[in-house]
Write a protein that binds this ligand. Structure first.
Ligand code: FAE
Length: 538
């Protein structure tokens, strides 16, 4: 039986039902029984690799269409409190929960006042991976919920006139008419109450950022977020346990943030058709007599492999994130498991132009000792200078007189993943010097502000006497680009029943923070895949 025929039969009941493709708020059909983890030799209809934005959308929509889905996630479930009673560690006090299989932290802000901040931690399958390639460190979330567990929640839809440069092969009318609204609703995106914001002590840093931006003539824009603003108001009023106002973000939020665990994944599990296997890492996908054979390693919390399982799947959805999917596909093509993948695999990777910097303010421009870890605003100089700068918090708990920014810039460089056979690993050819266009773009904003305010750059945040955080990205994008490595809906060229659903589809830059675009694109693609590939017999 062909893969699509089997899947069609597996899902026939609900495919014919009316609720098959409801929006995120559609009624759910079943309660959510807890299903066992993946077992060796099992056959699954749809196997999804990774539980970030792409994977969560895929799971929900397939399940609502009546398809049984198995989500395979290399990170932990993050549903059990640690010895301190909290699931997640605080940003200012990293511990074993904080980093993915490291014995020393690698914090994005490595120094403060010239002193190194990193410290030894027990090796553990922690939540934030600082994955090091030759020229760049790529930060990624690890666990059920992917990047939604660790990110700042900034939920930004790109300006429509810029969309053509982001995803040139995608119909903008459909995205802005249907899929961006669907994604925003599914993610629980809302705007901050600006009246509250104007006087909230935890956003003094952002108001200082606005004053400086506007005095230099730059547009200052509020950006939506997935944080529960009513919860934050209660945090500030001292009525509930603090999360964003306790500086929680990088290693998870114990309260307030609507991560995917609370939105798409909760709805997906509630269908009763979705099983999640945490601490399971996919290492191989290859054609089988029917469908695909998928090899999966089960990990313990020290990162050791405790079992290797081989399962079959009618369809496999790669949603392991830009780096995870690109690494898997590059290796599987090069080592002969999936030789018919085309030469676009591994190409078109970019860092969304990320670059960080801090400015030292005058003593009369205090930024506040209490800073909400959830950013609310940015400085938009994209058209004139190629930079959109998020006014970011520096939640140290003390007054720093510092303004801190993460800029997203129009950086033209694109890197490529390749297989190094002698080293047995996938490498990325990004070079640190390629950040220079990003630094130049950010300087169009901050040189001007410094000149106007009579202020200087901080030199103590990224090392000794180093202004620019140019060694990292939070926003990896590309590596299996839409309409090149795949067709225009994420179907991998060369293999029926293999799909890419995550940030690797986007060619390197979204002009703003990326997760809303990743979610909206996944919504668009899975709708077409369900309609065309699952409803028609193969
Ligand atoms: P992602 O969310 O990374 O999910 C991939 C999942 O696959 C992960 O859970 C992996 O552990 C898992 N995985 C990887 N390999 C395997 C394998 N072989 N087997 C099984 N599982 C695997 O992918 N974006 C915004 O829009 N706004 C923000 O405010 C923002 N802040 C950020 C702050 C930080 C510190 C970081 C790190 C990122 C931030 N981002 C932000 C980026 C955003 O989280 C990221 O673009 C998305 O999470 C990417 O979504 P994907 O679905 O592509």
């Amino acid at each position: 039986m062909s893969p699509s025929r089997r899947l069609l039969l597996a899902g026939t009941g609900a495919l014919l039902g009316t609720a098959a493709l409801g929006g995120p708020g559609s009624p759910t059909v079943h309660a959510a029984p807890r299903r066992p983890a993946l077992t060796n030799g099992e056959h699954v209809a749809a196997l999804v690799i990774g539980t970030g934005y792409g994977g969560s959308v895929t799971a929900l929509r397939l399940a609502r269409a009546g398809v049984d889905v198995h989500l395979v996630e290399m990170g932990m479930a993050w549903d059990t409190p640690g010895p301190d009673g909290n699931v997640f560690a605080n940003t200012t006090r990293p511990d074993h929960r904080s980093f993915w299989l490291r014995t020393r932290t690698k914090q994005p802000l490595s120094n403060f006042l010239g002193f190194p901040l990193d410290k030894d931690v027990p090796r553990h399958t922690g939540i934030l991976d600082a994955e090091e390639f030759g020229g760049i460190t790529v930060y990624q979330g690890r666990g059920v919920g992917g990047g939604s567990l660790v990110n700042g929640g900034m939920a930004v839809t790109p300006r429509r006139e810029r969309f053509g440069a982001v995803l040139p092969s995608v119909n903008a009318d459909e995205m802005y008419g249907t899929y961006y609204p669907r994604a925003n609703a599914g993610l629980g995106v809302t705007e901050v109450d600006t009246r509250w914001w104007e006087s909230a002590s935890c956003y003094q840093y952002a108001r200082v950022g606005r004053k400086h931006a506007e005095r230099s003539g730059f547009p200052f824009v509020f950006v939506p977020n997935v944080y529960d603003w009513e919860y934050m108001k209660q945090e500030l009023a001292g009525l509930v346990p603090k999360s964003a106002l306790a500086g929680e973000v990088l290693y998870g939020n114990n309260h307030g943030k609507k991560s995917l665990q609370k939105t798409y994944l909760a709805q997906a599990k509630a269908t009763g058709r979705v099983t999640v296997s945490p601490l399971h890492r996919v290492t191989s996908v290859a054609p089988a007599a029917s469908g695909y054979t998928v090899v999966v390693e089960q990990l313990d919390t020290a990162g050791a492999v405790t079992a290797t399982k081989s399962v079959t799947a009618d369809r496999v959805f790669f949603a392991a994130g830009s780096v995870g999917t690109s690494k898997l596909l590059t290796r599987l093509k090069a080592t002969g498991a999936l030789p018919r993948l085309n030469d676009e695999i591994g190409r078109g990777w970019g860092d969304n132009g990320n670059v960080m910097c801090g400015r030292a303010n005058h003593m009369w421009d205090a930024t506040g000792k209490l800073q909400s870890a959830m950013p609310t605003a940015g400085i938009d100089n994209w058209d004139a200078g190629g930079a959109f700068a998020e006014v970011a918090p520096l939640p140290t708990g003390i007054e720093t007189y510092a303004s801190f920014y993460l800029s997203i810039t129009k950086n033209p460089h694109r890197a490529r993943f390749t297989w190094n056979a002698s080293a047995g690993r996938v490498e990325l050819d990004w070079q640190t010097a390629w950040k220079q266009p990003s630094v130049d773009a950010a300087k169009t904003i901050f040189d001007k502000i410094n000149q106007k305010e009579g202020t200087i750059y901080r030199t103590d945040l990224f090392g000794a006497y180093k202004i620019w955080g140019d060694h990292l990205t939070y926003h990896p994008l590309g590596g299996a680009v839409l309409d090149r490595a795949t067709d225009n809906y994420g179907r991998l060229h060369g293999y029926t029943g293999l799909y890419v659903m995550d940030g690797s589809l986007i060619p390197g830059n979204t002009s703003v923070n990326p997760f809303v675009t990743i979610t909206a694109l996944a919504e668009r693609n899975i709708e077409r895949i369900i309609a065309d590939d699952l409803r028609r017999p193969g």
